[in-house]
Design a protein around this ligand. Structure first.
Ligand SMILES: C[S@@+](CC[C@H](N)C(=O)[O-])C[C@H]1O[C@@H](n2cnc3c(N)ncnc32)[C@H](O)[C@@H]1O
Length: 254
């Protein structure tokens, strides 16, 4: 493990700082995420957590350019993103999701499905717009660590895809506690920390590895925010693009 995991730039302290300050997302989301490669998996998890979206409300934190809750007909949807540019882009008619052979099925029913399929089959880079219905969608610029929402309005679901990774490790449990206070169910996906944790004692464990580890999310620690007498929590381990991810699903006990 002497080599930085994602190449030199990603190991610089400059990149590491930008990862946590929001600097990386000022203009756009420049890298692929689990939600962009596999929206269909997360959409299935949402279907499992929310039986009837048309009677439910969802708060999606840090939707970036893969607002997965947009794929289901929620009664009311709030997106909150720290990047004003990204939030504004969500107001334009469509939010873009990358379509590949793997997630093509999730776009059945899309008005341009045949065209999308044709491009994907030819191996051309393909993005599909998910049209946001502005009548029931509210877009807010704000921070997951200081959510500007009333505590007495409960949502049916909060979605937090690859956002906690951008919250400093020591603030993650507190952030999730404040999220949990707003909802009956939670869906989180993030790169998990387990593999590195196992090797961090190795003599050749480098500073670059340590920085990478800080960007990964410790799901055992997140569970602290969701006590078992109040929440039923399930985790699913998945991999995408050679990265290990955890999907955490939590439902408040009645
Ligand atoms: C890696 S992208 C993930 C986007 C999308 N959820 C996905 O999975 O593809 C992180 C997104 O969260 C936003 N973000 C990062 N930190 C945030 C914070 N503290 N509060 C709100 N949004 C944040 C970024 O602006 C960006 O849009």
């Amino acid at each position: 493990m002497g080599k930085p995991i994602h190449g030199k730039y990603y190991s610089t302290s400059e990149y590491h700082r930008a990862w946590f300050t929001g600097e990386l997302f000022k203009e756009k989301q420049s890298f692929g995420t689990f939600a962009r490669f596999h929206p269909e998996i997360l959409i299935d998890q949402i279907r499992d957590l929310v039986k009837d979206p048309s009677k439910s409300t969802v708060l999606e934190i840090g939707p970036g350019n893969a607002p997965v809750s947009a794929a289901l007909p929620f009664k009311r949807r709030i997106f909150i993103d720290r990047s004003a540019k990204i939030a504004t882009d969500l107001k334009t008619p469509a939010a873009l999701i990358e379509v590949t052979a793997k997630n093509l099925d999730a776009f059945k029913g899309h008005s341009s499905f045949e065209k999308i399929k044709e491009r994907v089959n030819k191996g051309e880079p393909t993005y599909a717009g998910i049209r946001l219905d502005s009548k029931n969608t509210q877009i807010v610029v704000g921070d997951a660590t200081a959510l500007p929402f009333r505590k007495d309005v409960m949502h049916d679901l909060v979605v937090v895809n690859e956002v906690l990774t951008h919250v400093k490790p020591e603030e993650r449990v507190k952030t999730l506690e404040s999220i949990a206070a707003l909802t009956g169910a939670i869906l989180i996906v993030d790169r998990n920390r387990l593999p590195l944790e196992r090797i961090s004692h190795h003599p050749r464990f480098t500073e670059a590895n340590r920085l990478e580890m800080e960007r990964q999310v410790d799901f055992n620690e997140l569970r602290k925010a969701l006590p078992t007498n109040e929440w039923h929590v399930q985790t699913i381990e998945v991999t995408s693009e050679k990265q290990a991810y955890t999907i955490l699903k939590a439902v408040r006990r009645k």
